[in-house]
Design a protein around this ligand. Structure first.
Ligand SMILES: [Zn+2]
Length: 441
């Protein structure tokens, strides 16, 4: 009896607690169910609208023909959609600071349109692994870069110069694919004075080729080149890879970090990604011919801009077209220009040193997105292509970049060993020469 009472008492005490907890749990479950139901409803709506879209989508496909530029292509596309000028104008605006159109014959463009013939999507793939997509969203057209995975193969080629044979001829003879011969000889010639090269001088080259779906060649690069000459001596070139795959620092260097390139300006940005090069072009939408008196580099707003060489600031101001702009006059009386800046850090009359921070990337003036417009005037005041400008210091990797190169040199030496130990296979489809080759990733 006593026990029963105690049990009843304790039950009386506990029951309300259980009841209370259960109520809470049930309440929670109910609200969870309601929120799940809401998600299901919203997904169903999305599925329905996506299905409707797919049902009504029509894909227009067009191919680049001989002698055509973007204007020809966009003109044809504009004629095939309603509101072509407006929609394709917005498509172009969404990607113009990210994509440079270098059209090749046979390249295919896709434009998807809805049932009202309005543009929904634009697709441009300059190679099998790079796809530029512009899609219509609630907030307008949005650009996206899609990069597909590739398989990389490394091969080692070795040989010696022969009497009466050209360098290119020998490179081809040892199995280097025709498409890479010019690049390899360019790298070798950076350091080696070939009039002084002699028959019997030896060379060794490590190439890396990228393939899409294992068979479609999408690109190759010279990872390493070595030349050992009786008169010219021993030289090595290492391919440096910056953090940014599009950086112009990606080039060949000696182990000490000396660039094996001929032009020698400092770079205005840490990462160089050209979105529009120098020269005359036709606007793909308006058809107007315009000359672009500089190079555009895409970069996030706020990125530090550096002076490309020593000089005096002759302009630090603002106008509606160029936005915030800075001009620096150099020793040879050429002038470098930096435009659309978010902010300027130097005043007229200031002396600047090579590589000095002078401002930040922005989108001021006539600009559709953050980028640096970098221009160069020669001593006579004419605009020239900044990329063809040669003067001042030879670029040399320093600091963190030099440390990165040193690590890569160690890695490259390992790769040469590994590749040389790999089984020999036929170098390519057009030769019987055997080379050591291995798949890297
Ligand atoms: Zn520009």
């Amino acid at each position: 009896m006593k026990i029963f009472l105690r049990l009843a008492l304790s039950l009386l005490l506990v029951l309300p607690l259980i009841a209370c907890n259960e109520e809470e749990i049930i309440q929670n479950l109910k609200s969870e169910r309601a929120s799940l139901q809401a998600r299901v409803d919203s997904l169903n709506t999305q599925i329905a609208s996506a299905e409707a879209l797919v049902k009504n989508v029509r894909v227009i496909r067009d191919t680049v023909r001989a002698g055509e530029g973007p204007f020809h292509l966009f003109t044809r596309l504009k004629a095939q959609v309603s509101h072509g000028e407006e929609d394709l104008g917005r498509v172009y605006a969404a990607m113009q600071d990210s994509v440079e159109f270098k059209l090749r014959v046979g390249e295919i463009f896709y434009v998807s349109v809805d049932s009202t013939n309005r543009v929904q999507r634009f697709r441009y793939a300059p190679n099998p692994i790079t796809v530029h997509l512009v899609s219509k969203t609630d907030t307008g057209f949005v650009y996206k870069l899609v990069e597909k995975p590739v398989v990389k193969k490394q091969s080692v080629y070795e040989g010696a110069l022969e009497e009466g044979s050209t360098l290119n001829g020998i490179l081809f003879k040892v199995g280097i694919p025709g498409r890479m011969v010019g690049i390899v000889s360019g790298v070798l010639q950076c350091k080696v004075a070939f009039p002084l090269a002699r028959a019997g001088d030896r060379f060794r080259v490590l190439l890396e080729d990228s393939y899409y779906q294992d068979s479609i060649w999408v690109g190759g690069k010279v990872i390493y080149a070595e030349f050992d000459g009786r008169i010219v001596g021993h030289h090595e070139a290492f391919r440096y890879e910056d953090e940014d795959p599009k950086s112009s620092y990606n080039a060949h260097y000696t182990e000490a970090g000396d660039a094996l390139v001929f032009d020698g300006l400092r770079y205005p940005l840490e990462h160089l990604r050209i979105t529009s090069s120098f020269g005359s072009r036709i606007h793909p939408i308006t058809g107007q011919r315009k000359v672009h008196y500089g190079v555009d580099y895409g970069a996030p707003a706020g990125t530090v801009v550096h002076a490309v060489a020593e000089g005096n600031v002759t302009v630090s101001g603002y106008d509606d077209l160029s936005g915030n702009k800075i001009a620096i006059k150099h020793r040879d009386n050429s002038v470098s220009w930096y435009m659309h800046l978010q902010s300027r850090g130097v005043a007229v009359g200031a002396k600047v040193s090579p590589g000095q921070a002078i401002g930040r990337v922005g989108s001021t003036g006539r600009s559709t997105g953050p980028h640096l417009h970098f221009g160069f005037k020669d001593a006579n005041g004419a605009w020239i292509n900044p990329l063809s400008k040669t003067m001042i210091a030879t670029p040399k990797l320093e600091g963190a970049r030099l440390a990165r190169l040193k690590k890569q040199v160690v890695e490259i030496r390992k790769q040469i060993e590994l590749t040389q130990a790999a089984p020999a296979v036929r170098a390519n489809d057009t030769t019987d020469v055997m080379v050591h080759m291995r798949v890297v990733e």
